[in-house]
Design a protein around this ligand. Structure first.
Ligand SMILES: CC(C)(COP(=O)(O)OP(=O)(O)OC[C@H]1O[C@@H](n2cnc3c(N)ncnc32)[C@H](O)[C@@H]1OP(=O)(O)O)[C@@H](O)C(=O)NCCC(=O)NCCS
Length: 205
């Protein structure tokens, strides 16, 4: 399943032009709600997921902590410090993950991005590529940012392939940056520039 189909690029591009909801072919990005907590708590203490994100050393989290996290996403968006979105399916409005821009540098117009599809049943089916395309569109077309970067651990091959297919390029590596599940792991740094993202739309259109 490939989210890089030309018609998807067009859908995303034109959605931003006419300021529709942030929707692709199969998912939409929306604000997190407190009603999402039940679904979040089904997955967030899955240590496989938390290892992929590098957060397992925090240990299990409580519903109260996650509620605080959701409330914080609203505050950060109002203050323009971070933009965090829930990812939900278009067919049945099911929450499947989250994605967000953070560490935004408004002078250099650069930001970090993160993404997590919570439910393993939805991994490897193209939802990550489509969601990443949508948040890149938001970063470049709505916020007028110029550069988006992310870190991915060396063992997370699925995420690496997803990001490369969306157009990120590897630009560096923090060696043995994190101790995860008994081993030191490298963090690979990837980024994408607005020009590259725009060119991809032109080439696909
Ligand atoms: C990383 C993540 C966002 C990617 O989203 P996704 O929907 O699973 O990925 P996609 O299907 O869009 O793309 C993954 C690609 O890698 C391939 N792939 C799947 N599993 C793979 C594996 N174990 N090794 C290599 N490639 C793999 C898929 O086939 C797909 O390629 P294709 O489009 O050519 O078929 C998602 O898997 C996720 O959230 N995982 C858990 C948390 C996480 O790792 N977050 C990222 C931290 S940096």
């Amino acid at each position: 399943m490939c989210a890089c189909h030309p018609s998807l690029y067009k859908t995303i591009f034109y959605s931003f032009l006419v300021f529709k909801m942030i929707e692709g072919k199969r998912v939409r990005l929306r604000s997190f709600e407190l009603s999402d907590l039940d679904e979040i708590m089904k997955h967030w203490n899955n240590m496989e997921l938390r290892n992929l994100l590098g957060g397992a050393d925090r240990g299990p989290v409580t519903r109260n902590e996650e509620e605080e996290w959701v409330r914080n996403t609203w505050k950060q968006r109002q203050e323009r410090r971070a933009f965090t979105f829930a990812i939900e399916t278009l067919t049945d409005s099911k929450l499947i993950g989250g994605t967000g821009l953070f560490n935004i540098d408004w002078t250099s117009r650069s930001t970090a991005v993160g993404i997590s599809i919570y439910n393993p049943e939805y991994w490897g089916k193209g939802y990550g590529q489509e969601s990443m395309d949508l948040i890149l569109g938001f970063a470049f077309q709505n916020l007028n940012l110029n550069r988006v970067e992310l870190d991915v651990f060396d063992f997370n091959k699925r995420a690496q392939k997803c990001y490369l297919k969306v157009g990120f390029k590897e630009v560096g590596r923090r060696r043995k940056a994190r101790f995860i599940d008994g081993k030191y792991r490298d963090a690979i740094i990837l980024d994408i520039l607005k020009d590259e993202w725009v060119t991809r739309f032109r080439e696909s259109g």
